[in-house]
Design a protein around this ligand. Sequence first.
Ligand SMILES: [Zn+2]
Length: 238
Amino acid sequence: MQRAPRPPRRSTTPTSATFPSTDSLPPTTPTGTTTPKPLYLCSPFVEAALVKGNFKTIVMLPKYADVMEWVAVNIFDFYTNLNQFYGVLAECCTQQSCPAMAAGPNLNYTWINQDRKSVQLPAPTYVDYVMTWVQNLLDDDNVFPTKSGKEFSPNFPSTVKHVYRQLLRVFAHIYHAHYQQILHLRSEGHFNSLFAHFLAFGKEYELLEVKDIKGQPGVPVGIGALWEKWKEMGILES
Ligand SMILES: [Zn+2]
């Protein structure tokens, strides 16, 4: 199976030794305050979709396909689509509008810097680090082999889980902070379908941790509620 050609490399590169963080800062605002229900949970937006029905069939491993190759192809597609969406939203995601990588009323993701310290970054910087990091992995033939006969590394499953977690954070930030712009572009059907596909695929191949989708007690991820809602609606498997 051949993957589509890769998009041009992004021009910016993260500092040499930065690593995506696996944890988040404690709440930065008091909990218990009532926040209005996010628009992405409201009708008709919550059910907007390009693909009707359940995603189970489109995530299934095609006959004769290698599971690693199938995961690689899908990650490439999720990354490419998400990168394009973010590219359109980028003018609204600035250091001023998004001084932190927020994904819920009390949740700001942090990045592990070269000193292994957890640091808060403006969302556009954080997203750029994630996207550049993933692009570099996709371009690395030792991680995502493209030549026939070249095997996937034994580390591949753990690498792709890490990639998945970071891409989830980008989705989470867009839903939390830029859903208005998605609506403005009338792309809610497209974006919802992309995200539902991403979740269904991640669940099927065990690339996602429930705690990363839902967050911690008192520090929920905004999209955790969307995930629950889509399960109730039968869009995702429960
Ligand atoms: Zn933003």
